[in-house]
Design a protein around this ligand. Structure first.
Ligand code: HPA
Length: 276
Protein backbone atom coordinates (compact mmCIF):
# COMPACT_ATOMS: atom_id res chain seq x y z
CA UNK A 1 0.00 0.00 0.00
CA UNK A 2 1.95 2.95 -1.35
CA UNK A 3 1.58 6.71 -1.08
CA UNK A 4 -0.22 6.79 -4.48
CA UNK A 5 -3.11 4.64 -3.19
CA UNK A 6 -3.38 6.68 -0.02
CA UNK A 7 -3.28 9.90 -2.04
CA UNK A 8 -6.18 8.69 -4.20
CA UNK A 9 -8.30 8.22 -1.08
CA UNK A 10 -7.17 11.58 0.33
CA UNK A 11 -8.12 13.27 -2.98
CA UNK A 12 -11.57 11.64 -2.89
CA UNK A 13 -12.05 12.96 0.65
CA UNK A 14 -10.84 16.44 -0.30
CA UNK A 15 -13.41 16.56 -3.11
CA UNK A 16 -16.10 16.44 -0.42
CA UNK A 17 -14.70 19.42 1.50
CA UNK A 18 -11.42 21.14 2.29
CA UNK A 19 -10.77 19.39 5.57
CA UNK A 20 -7.65 20.04 7.59
CA UNK A 21 -8.16 18.02 10.77
CA UNK A 22 -5.74 18.57 13.66
CA UNK A 23 -6.60 15.30 15.40
CA UNK A 24 -7.79 11.87 14.32
CA UNK A 25 -10.05 9.93 16.68
CA UNK A 26 -10.75 6.21 16.24
CA UNK A 27 -13.98 5.18 17.93
CA UNK A 28 -14.22 1.69 19.39
CA UNK A 29 -17.15 -0.73 19.66
CA UNK A 30 -20.24 1.01 21.00
CA UNK A 31 -18.33 4.31 21.28
CA UNK A 32 -19.24 5.78 17.87
CA UNK A 33 -21.62 8.27 19.52
CA UNK A 34 -18.69 10.56 20.27
CA UNK A 35 -19.00 11.75 16.68
CA UNK A 36 -22.41 13.23 17.66
CA UNK A 37 -20.44 15.82 19.65
CA UNK A 38 -18.90 17.27 16.49
CA UNK A 39 -20.14 20.66 15.33
CA UNK A 40 -20.91 21.08 11.60
CA UNK A 41 -20.30 17.39 10.89
CA UNK A 42 -19.59 16.15 7.37
CA UNK A 43 -19.86 12.42 6.74
CA UNK A 44 -17.70 10.49 4.30
CA UNK A 45 -18.62 6.81 3.92
CA UNK A 46 -15.75 4.36 3.55
CA UNK A 47 -17.54 2.75 0.61
CA UNK A 48 -17.36 6.05 -1.32
CA UNK A 49 -13.54 5.97 -1.12
CA UNK A 50 -11.53 4.05 -3.77
CA UNK A 51 -9.97 0.91 -2.32
CA UNK A 52 -11.01 1.68 1.26
CA UNK A 53 -11.87 -1.50 3.22
CA UNK A 54 -15.43 -1.74 4.52
CA UNK A 55 -15.95 -2.11 8.27
CA UNK A 56 -18.34 -4.96 9.10
CA UNK A 57 -18.04 -5.23 12.90
CA UNK A 58 -21.19 -4.80 15.02
CA UNK A 59 -21.45 -1.30 16.52
CA UNK A 60 -19.26 0.21 13.76
CA UNK A 61 -20.84 2.58 11.19
CA UNK A 62 -18.15 2.65 8.50
CA UNK A 63 -17.55 6.32 7.87
CA UNK A 64 -15.32 9.28 8.61
CA UNK A 65 -16.95 12.22 10.37
CA UNK A 66 -15.24 15.59 9.97
CA UNK A 67 -16.15 18.48 12.27
CA UNK A 68 -15.18 20.62 15.23
CA UNK A 69 -14.73 19.34 18.79
CA UNK A 70 -13.88 21.71 21.65
CA UNK A 71 -12.88 24.35 19.09
CA UNK A 72 -10.53 22.00 17.20
CA UNK A 73 -10.93 20.43 13.77
CA UNK A 74 -11.05 16.65 14.08
CA UNK A 75 -11.79 13.59 12.02
CA UNK A 76 -13.49 10.63 13.69
CA UNK A 77 -13.51 7.10 12.37
CA UNK A 78 -17.03 5.97 13.21
CA UNK A 79 -16.24 2.34 12.66
CA UNK A 80 -12.76 0.83 12.62
CA UNK A 81 -11.33 -2.18 10.87
CA UNK A 82 -10.36 -5.34 12.72
CA UNK A 83 -8.07 -8.16 11.64
CA UNK A 84 -10.75 -10.73 12.56
CA UNK A 85 -13.04 -9.29 9.86
CA UNK A 86 -10.66 -10.83 7.34
CA UNK A 87 -8.93 -7.66 6.16
CA UNK A 88 -5.28 -8.25 5.34
CA UNK A 89 -3.24 -6.93 8.27
CA UNK A 90 -1.63 -4.33 5.99
CA UNK A 91 -5.01 -2.66 5.31
CA UNK A 92 -5.32 -1.78 8.99
CA UNK A 93 -2.53 0.75 8.45
CA UNK A 94 -4.46 2.45 5.64
CA UNK A 95 -6.91 4.64 7.60
CA UNK A 96 -4.13 5.86 9.87
CA UNK A 97 -2.01 6.81 6.86
CA UNK A 98 -4.98 8.56 5.26
CA UNK A 99 -5.50 10.64 8.41
CA UNK A 100 -1.76 11.36 8.59
CA UNK A 101 -1.84 12.61 4.99
CA UNK A 102 -4.85 14.76 5.85
CA UNK A 103 -2.52 16.47 8.31
CA UNK A 104 -3.50 15.24 11.79
CA UNK A 105 -0.84 15.91 14.41
CA UNK A 106 -1.98 13.30 16.92
CA UNK A 107 -4.14 10.18 16.95
CA UNK A 108 -6.61 9.40 19.73
CA UNK A 109 -7.66 5.76 19.87
CA UNK A 110 -10.51 4.28 21.91
CA UNK A 111 -11.58 0.69 22.35
CA UNK A 112 -13.79 -1.69 24.30
CA UNK A 113 -11.79 -4.42 26.01
CA UNK A 114 -11.71 -7.07 28.71
CA UNK A 115 -10.15 -6.40 32.10
CA UNK A 116 -7.27 -8.74 32.96
CA UNK A 117 -6.04 -6.84 36.02
CA UNK A 118 -8.05 -8.17 38.98
CA UNK A 119 -8.25 -4.69 40.53
CA UNK A 120 -10.24 -3.41 37.56
CA UNK A 121 -14.02 -3.19 37.41
CA UNK A 122 -16.48 -3.22 34.54
CA UNK A 123 -17.00 0.35 33.32
CA UNK A 124 -13.47 1.50 34.22
CA UNK A 125 -11.51 3.62 31.78
CA UNK A 126 -7.84 2.72 31.27
CA UNK A 127 -5.17 4.91 29.78
CA UNK A 128 -2.93 2.65 27.68
CA UNK A 129 0.71 3.06 28.71
CA UNK A 130 2.06 0.44 26.36
CA UNK A 131 0.96 -2.66 24.50
CA UNK A 132 1.88 -6.28 23.90
CA UNK A 133 1.36 -7.38 20.32
CA UNK A 134 0.00 -10.92 20.69
CA UNK A 135 -1.63 -10.91 17.26
CA UNK A 136 1.24 -12.84 15.74
CA UNK A 137 1.46 -10.44 12.83
CA UNK A 138 1.99 -6.77 12.04
CA UNK A 139 0.46 -4.32 9.53
CA UNK A 140 3.93 -3.11 8.49
CA UNK A 141 5.06 -6.52 7.20
CA UNK A 142 5.88 -6.29 3.49
CA UNK A 143 7.88 -3.80 1.47
CA UNK A 144 8.49 -0.72 3.59
CA UNK A 145 6.58 2.42 2.58
CA UNK A 146 9.60 4.74 2.93
CA UNK A 147 7.37 7.80 2.40
CA UNK A 148 5.77 7.08 5.78
CA UNK A 149 8.66 5.90 7.91
CA UNK A 150 11.76 3.75 8.22
CA UNK A 151 11.91 -0.03 7.87
CA UNK A 152 12.78 -0.50 11.54
CA UNK A 153 11.08 1.89 13.91
CA UNK A 154 11.09 2.60 17.60
CA UNK A 155 8.08 1.80 19.81
CA UNK A 156 9.47 3.02 23.14
CA UNK A 157 7.50 6.28 23.04
CA UNK A 158 4.52 5.20 20.90
CA UNK A 159 2.04 6.12 23.63
CA UNK A 160 3.00 9.77 23.94
CA UNK A 161 3.97 10.86 27.44
CA UNK A 162 2.71 14.44 27.09
CA UNK A 163 -0.67 13.23 25.83
CA UNK A 164 -0.92 10.78 28.72
CA UNK A 165 -0.26 13.62 31.15
CA UNK A 166 -2.95 15.71 29.42
CA UNK A 167 -5.38 12.78 29.76
CA UNK A 168 -4.64 12.28 33.45
CA UNK A 169 -5.19 15.98 34.18
CA UNK A 170 -8.36 16.12 32.07
CA UNK A 171 -9.75 13.07 33.91
CA UNK A 172 -8.92 14.62 37.29
CA UNK A 173 -10.58 17.90 36.30
CA UNK A 174 -13.75 15.99 35.38
CA UNK A 175 -13.50 13.70 38.44
CA UNK A 176 -13.40 10.68 36.12
CA UNK A 177 -11.33 7.84 37.59
CA UNK A 178 -8.71 6.78 35.05
CA UNK A 179 -6.77 3.53 35.40
CA UNK A 180 -3.48 2.98 33.59
CA UNK A 181 -2.08 -0.18 32.15
CA UNK A 182 -0.88 -2.45 29.40
CA UNK A 183 -3.17 -3.50 26.55
CA UNK A 184 -2.63 -6.87 24.96
CA UNK A 185 -3.83 -7.21 21.37
CA UNK A 186 -5.40 -10.58 20.48
CA UNK A 187 -6.76 -11.48 17.03
CA UNK A 188 -10.20 -12.72 18.07
CA UNK A 189 -12.85 -13.35 16.89
CA UNK A 190 -13.27 -15.62 19.90
CA UNK A 191 -12.89 -14.21 23.35
CA UNK A 192 -9.82 -15.64 25.03
CA UNK A 193 -9.75 -18.83 27.07
CA UNK A 194 -9.39 -18.57 30.86
CA UNK A 195 -5.93 -20.17 30.52
CA UNK A 196 -4.89 -17.50 28.00
CA UNK A 197 -6.07 -14.77 30.33
CA UNK A 198 -4.03 -16.23 33.22
CA UNK A 199 -1.01 -16.37 30.89
CA UNK A 200 -1.57 -12.78 29.70
CA UNK A 201 -1.69 -11.58 33.31
CA UNK A 202 1.68 -13.21 33.94
CA UNK A 203 2.99 -11.50 30.80
CA UNK A 204 2.01 -8.13 32.26
CA UNK A 205 -1.31 -7.38 30.53
CA UNK A 206 -3.95 -5.34 32.32
CA UNK A 207 -6.51 -5.45 29.51
CA UNK A 208 -7.12 -7.48 26.37
CA UNK A 209 -8.83 -6.56 23.12
CA UNK A 210 -9.00 -7.21 19.38
CA UNK A 211 -7.98 -3.82 18.00
CA UNK A 212 -5.72 -0.80 18.61
CA UNK A 213 -2.32 -2.51 18.27
CA UNK A 214 -2.26 -2.44 14.42
CA UNK A 215 -3.35 1.22 14.30
CA UNK A 216 -0.80 2.25 16.91
CA UNK A 217 1.95 0.44 15.00
CA UNK A 218 0.98 2.31 11.81
CA UNK A 219 0.90 5.61 13.71
CA UNK A 220 4.29 5.03 15.34
CA UNK A 221 5.78 4.13 11.95
CA UNK A 222 4.77 7.49 10.48
CA UNK A 223 5.71 9.45 13.62
CA UNK A 224 2.19 10.27 14.83
CA UNK A 225 1.86 10.74 18.60
CA UNK A 226 -0.85 8.46 20.05
CA UNK A 227 -3.18 8.64 23.01
CA UNK A 228 -5.23 5.50 23.64
CA UNK A 229 -8.03 4.89 26.13
CA UNK A 230 -9.73 1.56 26.79
CA UNK A 231 -13.15 1.01 28.27
CA UNK A 232 -13.33 -2.17 30.33
CA UNK A 233 -16.65 -3.64 29.18
CA UNK A 234 -16.22 -6.98 30.95
CA UNK A 235 -13.77 -8.84 33.11
CA UNK A 236 -11.81 -11.17 30.83
CA UNK A 237 -12.62 -14.88 30.47
CA UNK A 238 -12.55 -17.02 33.60
CA UNK A 239 -12.42 -14.14 36.10
CA UNK A 240 -16.11 -14.29 36.84
CA UNK A 241 -18.75 -16.96 36.20
CA UNK A 242 -20.28 -14.80 33.43
CA UNK A 243 -20.15 -15.98 29.84
CA UNK A 244 -18.77 -13.34 27.47
CA UNK A 245 -20.97 -12.02 24.72
CA UNK A 246 -20.71 -9.29 22.13
CA UNK A 247 -24.13 -7.75 22.80
CA UNK A 248 -23.23 -7.26 26.44
CA UNK A 249 -19.92 -5.62 25.41
CA UNK A 250 -21.80 -3.11 23.21
CA UNK A 251 -24.39 -2.52 25.95
CA UNK A 252 -21.75 -1.65 28.56
CA UNK A 253 -19.81 0.46 26.03
CA UNK A 254 -23.00 2.41 25.27
CA UNK A 255 -23.71 2.90 28.96
CA UNK A 256 -20.26 4.41 29.58
CA UNK A 257 -19.91 6.21 26.24
CA UNK A 258 -20.93 9.61 27.61
CA UNK A 259 -18.15 9.59 30.20
CA UNK A 260 -15.54 8.68 27.61
CA UNK A 261 -17.00 11.31 25.30
CA UNK A 262 -16.59 14.09 27.87
CA UNK A 263 -13.06 12.93 28.64
CA UNK A 264 -11.97 12.90 24.99
CA UNK A 265 -13.53 16.33 24.48
CA UNK A 266 -11.61 17.74 27.45
CA UNK A 267 -8.38 16.14 26.20
CA UNK A 268 -8.80 17.70 22.75
CA UNK A 269 -9.39 21.07 24.43
CA UNK A 270 -6.22 20.69 26.54
CA UNK A 271 -3.62 19.32 24.09
CA UNK A 272 -0.76 21.84 24.03
CA UNK A 273 0.27 23.41 20.70
CA UNK A 274 3.68 21.70 20.95
CA UNK A 275 3.82 17.97 21.58
CA UNK A 276 7.07 16.51 22.86
N1 HPA B 1 -11.48 -9.86 25.04
C1 HPA B 1 -11.15 -9.38 23.83
N2 HPA B 1 -11.76 -8.33 23.29
C2 HPA B 1 -12.73 -7.74 23.98
C3 HPA B 1 -13.12 -8.19 25.24
C4 HPA B 1 -12.47 -9.31 25.80
O1 HPA B 1 -12.76 -9.78 26.93
N3 HPA B 1 -14.13 -7.37 25.66
C5 HPA B 1 -14.33 -6.46 24.68
N4 HPA B 1 -13.47 -6.66 23.65
Amino acid sequence: MCLGQIQEIVNAIQQKGSFAPEYGIILGSGLGGLADELESPIFVNYNDLPGFPISTAPGHMGRFVFGTLAGHRVVCMQGRLHYYEGHPMSSLALPVRVMQQLGIRALIVTNACGGVNLDFEVGDLMLIEDHINFMGTNPLIGPNADEFGPRFFDMSTAYNKTLREVARKAAASLSVPLRQGIYLGYTGPNYETPAEIRAFRILGADAVGMSTVPEVLAAAHCGLPVLAISLITNMAAGITEKRLDGDHVIEIANSRALVLRSLVKQIVADIPPQLI
